[in-house]
Design a protein around this ligand. Structure first.
Ligand code: 8X3
Length: 263
């Protein structure tokens, strides 16, 4: 059986937000290897163009680069309106752009960090989905894969708004399914736990030492592991909708609920 024949269904045009991030690059590589056309969205033009040209030379892929900031709704809309015809019929949207900022308690952390997380993880994600969805419904072909987090189900100290944004992503994904009954459009929420990426470096604002400690002295999962789950969902036969997948390294699990005790 050839590599491609392992798959029951292959999306034709895949739009990935946050394409130059660790997850984004891993997803882009896997879908490029499957021969999909890719729309790579990111805000750093040099990084988007470099990723595009690497994938073009490795996989001979057809790639369209979109450069805009997820917080810029007009820029997002303009980039989507300007998609060349051969990239316009997006049949897989991967809402991957997102970030965690800070790990301080709710009464001490930065309000601006909260606003940024809500803006990227939620507002921009729903805007992108709303722009792309009508075409999928009209063509009766499409799949929205959201990158949620185990943080959307299991709160932890300092997770405050990050956890809340990912709970929103989970419930939005499930609610979309309710609206999309009868349209043949699929929705999946992929919910990674601790994965060794730049996530902690961003969360700790470049404090490499703090970020490194998150992943030290344990066995970690990597971006390819999450990409495997995304590709699995996206290449199942159209009748098969994966609602949610939670992924954790075996080394990560659950702790007891906190109880305040008095002396
Ligand atoms: C990132 C996973 O556990 O750091 O979404 O919140 S976690």
């Amino acid at each position: 059986m050839s590599y491609e024949n392992r798959y029951s269904y292959i999306p034709q045009t895949v739009l990935i937000t946050g394409a130059t991030g660790d997850f984004g690059q891993a997803f882009a590589e896997r879908f490029a290897a499957l021969g999909c056309r890719l729309v790579l969205a990111g805000r750093n033009e040099r990084k988007v163009k470099t990723l595009a040209s690497n994938l073009e030379s490795s996989f001979n892929s057809k790639i369209h680069s979109c450069v805009f900031d997820m917080k810029d709704k007009a820029g997002m809309k303009a980039a989507l309106d300007a998609l060349p015809a051969e990239f316009a019929a997006v049949d897989l949207l991967i809402n991957n752009a997102g970030l965690g900022l800070g790990l301080e308690p709710a009464y001490e952390c930065s309000l601006e960090d909260w606003e940024t997380m809500i803006s990227v993880n939620n507002t921009a994600m729903v805007q992108m989905t709303r722009f792309i969805l009508p075409g999928m419904v009209e063509r009766r072909r499409g799949h929205v894969i959201n990158i949620g987090s185990t943080a959307g189900s299991y709160p932890y100290p300092g997770g405050n708004v990050y956890c809340a944004t990912k709970a929103f992503v989970k419930q939005f994904s499930l609610s979309l399914r309710a609206d999309l009954t009868g349209t043949k459009v699929r929705v999946s929420n992929i919910e990674p736990g601790m994965i060794e990426t730049q996530f902690s470096r961003v969360r700790f604002k470049g404090d490499d030492e703090k970020a490194r400690k998150v992943y030290e002295n344990t066995d970690n999962l990597h971006t390819e592991d999450v990409a495997e789950a995304v590709v699995w969902c996206a290449t199942l036969p159209p009748v098969f909708n994966v609602n949610r997948i939670e992924i954790m390294p075996t080394t990560q699990s659950f702790g007891p609920l906190a109880v305040e005790r008095f002396d």
